[in-house]
Design a binder for this molecule. Structure first.
Ligand code: PRX
Length: 665
């Protein structure tokens, strides 16, 4: 019954999309056999994947040791991650295969083969060794999206040094916190990277960090990406190109225990100290390689795969670097944003062109077969309109993926129709920094998809929806839990075992609590509803922001929407919607009312927003997540809290102005 549900269900979506026979004929998985195998014995299933997808220096005898909250997978096995990503492919005759087609924002390009990548990685591993780094140490990496970034990561993995990649948009404070927490001994950076036509400075932030903290850092290696004059301040500073000039290309990959720490990746909490999420080697690589292969239906001989994320986030770690390279796949890697200027050679002359079709241009030129991006990007493309697509041939695309947030059904449909020519399967992949790899997603040749649903757990992962008391919910809204350990799960929070236990394993006994709301429908499909903290309480009804946002985006004039619950003296909380209109729509009071009524019609009167503000933009983190906390501050007229993780600091004042104006209208 609705009033007993942890989170109520309002949005009903009935459209279904079965895999097309053209696709299933060649798909790696086209029936339920993987699910059945994993259901029978999930440990044996993952052991088979580990042996088939990876090369082990020493085979394992133990599959899983599980003592809540700690899991060890394949613990007596030994392997080297960089060997799995590089050497074995070269040994198998794939040395000349392209690993990355890299494209810089200004339009410069570089192609690197597996053989070349192995040489660069080996050289940089020797550089690290020359600095005295060894197994157990940590290196921080603060770089733009250039090839030296995966090279540095793989060089660390080659010698058992953990890396901690710090997203290039973060401030000196974030560098200090992360370096100090991890005790990083060396940091790799660049003068700058290109973003929207300008060099976005990086090294200067490292200087500022080292001036006031991060005393564990003894060496700084600087890549010259943009030819910005930089000061090599003291003997700690070195140019990447100088060091690489004299480095030997021979560096044997050292076998590591399966549970060797591969990396730390800090999740930035909104208030609390960031958590250093720990990922280890054998289990992580197994799940990442498995999902990259089956979720994207990878045909490694012919596919050109593109994950348009930043390596500073887990998506880039798992699905730009480790998954694709383990599977010997050819990828595209792009430095900039979708709306960037580029230099084009026309009639023998360089011309700077500003455009919003960069993604489509790249897909067409490289004949990309898989595109993996975020719902926020898709909604931005909707806002820009399908004009940007014309004149681009996207017919090479075979699989489309999304990650990072719930995808509204209408955004899904837009992706399906405009990018996927109404035939390309879409995989909506739910996972987290903590889970390391995909957890809930369709398999494109197997699953009948529904727009807006991540469908079901992958083979070998077990998800359960529970209510407040932890009882299983068979149908309706609740909280997402994972009931069994999985190979790529986090192994802890660096330096804080209590917080690890408390955050993830204490809410529901014996189960991992993901912190997300979810609903399960009559067919057992899972519909992610966003973070539990974002659930609104309207007159005692717990309504998810995701559902109201989907109803808003369902209106033909709306491109993107964010919803918050603002304190209300009558209803406890009231729904406030912030809406970006599609390119060609004119704002008016009538339209605002029409949009509010549309939500009421779609979800019921209880979900009618008290107010809808038409705004030019929404506050987002650099990874594209809407910062609802700031919108609550705006709605409740408070001073803004911490805004340091905002991608564009001007957005909130534009919204405040817009909200003010809408109220006066
Ligand atoms: O709320 C979920 C949302 O993103 C959170 C994880 O964020 P992060 O650790 O930054 O990792 C993002 C990339 C894996 C989740 O708790 N999320 C991620 N993917 C989806 C999603 N929400 C709905 N649908 C998704 N496909």
């Amino acid at each position: 019954m609705a009033d007993k549900q942890a989170i109520e269900e309002f949005y009903i979506e009935n459209r279904t999309f079965p895999p097309l026979s053209d696709f299933t004929q060649t798909a790696l998985a086209s029936d339920s056999s993987l699910y059945e195998e994993a259901e029978l014995d999930f440990e044996a299933f993952w052991a088979r994947q580990a042996r088939e997808l990876l090369t082990w220096e020493k085979d394992f005898t133990s599959i899983l040791e599980w003592e809540l909250p700690y899991a060890k997978w394949f613990s007596d096995g030994e392997l080297n991650i960089s060997y799995n990503c590089l050497d074995r492919h070269v040994q198998n005759g794939k040395g000349d295969k392209v690993a990355f087609h890299w494209e810089g924002e200004p339009g410069d390009t570089q192609t690197i083969t597996y053989n070349e990548l192995l040489i660069e990685v080996s050289k940089f591993a020797n550089v690290l060794k020359d600095f005295g780094l060894q197994r157990g140490d940590t290196v921080a990496i603060y770089m733009p999206m250039i090839l030296e970034l995966p090279i540095a990561m793989l060089a660390c993995a080659r010698i058992g040094v953990a890396h901690s990649v710090i997203f290039g948009g973060f401030s000196p404070d974030a560098i200090i916190d992360r370096c100090e927490d991890a005790g990083a001994k060396l940091i790799v950076t660049a003068d700058a990277g290109y973003r929207r036509g300008e060099p976005s400075l990086l090294k200067i932030n490292v200087d500022a960090a080292l001036d006031s903290g991060a005393s564990s850092v003894k060496h700084v290696v600087v890549v010259n990406r943009c030819n910005i004059p930089v000061e090599m301040k003291d003997e700690r500073y070195h140019w990447w190109h100088d060091l690489m000039l004299s480095a030997s290309p021979n560096c044997p990959a050292e076998p590591m225990p399966a549970e060797q720490l591969l990396y730390l990746l800090y999740t930035s909490g909104t208030t609390a100290k960031p958590k250093g999420i720990m990922h280890t080697s054998g289990g992580y690589l197994t799940q990442v390689a498995f999902t990259h292969k089956y979720v994207f239906d990878l045909q490694p001989e012919t596919d050109i795969y593109w994950c348009a994320a930043d390596i500073g986030w887990v998506t880039g770690h798992s699905y730009i670097v480790y998954g694709p390279l383990t599977n010997c796949c050819t990828s595209v890697m792009y430095e900039g944003t979708p709306d960037t200027p580029r230099t084009e050679l026309r009639n023998g002359q360089d011309r700077l062109q500003w455009s919003k079709d960069r993604l489509w241009d790249i897909i067409e030129r490289y004949k990309v077969t898989q595109l993996y991006t975020a719902p926020t990007a898709i909604r931005t493309f909707m806002k820009w309109g399908s004009e940007e697509l014309k004149d681009h041939d996207l017919s090479s695309l075979r699989v489309l993926g999304t990650v990072g947030e719930p995808i509204n059904p209408e955004a899904w449909m837009w992706y399906h129709e405009h990018i996927g020519s109404a035939s390309t399967p879409i995989v909506d992949t739910w996972w987290q920094t903590e889970t390391g790899g995909h957890m809930i997603t369709p398999l494109p040749g197997v699953t009948i998809t529904k727009p807006g649903s991540a469908c079901s757990a992958i083979p070998g992962v077990f998800a359960e929806v529970v209510d407040d008391a932890g009882n299983k919910v068979e149908q309706g809204g609740g909280y997402l839990t994972i009931t069994k350990p999985w190979p790529s799960m986090l192994r802890g929070i660096w330096g804080d075992p209590e917080r690890y236990l408390k955050t993830y394993w204490s809410t529901y006994e014996g189960k991992y609590f993901a912190g997300d709301g979810v609903k399960i429908d009559n067919d057992g499909y899972l519909w992610l509803l966003g973070r539990v903290d974002d659930v609104m309480n309207i007159s005692g009804h717990r309504i998810s922001t995701a559902e109201v946002e989907s109803a808003l985006v369902d209106h033909p004039s709306v491109a993107e929407a964010a919803v918050v619950g603002a304190t209300d003296s009558t209803t406890g909380q009231a729904i406030i919607g912030y809406v970006i209109l599609r390119g060609s729509c004119d704002p008016s009071n009538e339209l605002r009312d029409e949009i509010r009524n549309h939500v009421a019609q779609k979800l019921g009167p209880i979900a009618r927003p008290k107010a809808v503000f038409l705004v030019p933009d929404l506050p987002k983190t650099r990874s594209g997540k809407i910062m609802r906390r700031l919108l609550r501050d705006v709605a409740e007229g408070r001073d803004l809290g911490d805004t340091t993780t905002l991608a564009d600091a001007n957005v909130v004042s534009a919204i405040q102005d817009g909200a003010q104006k809408s109220t006066e209208d």
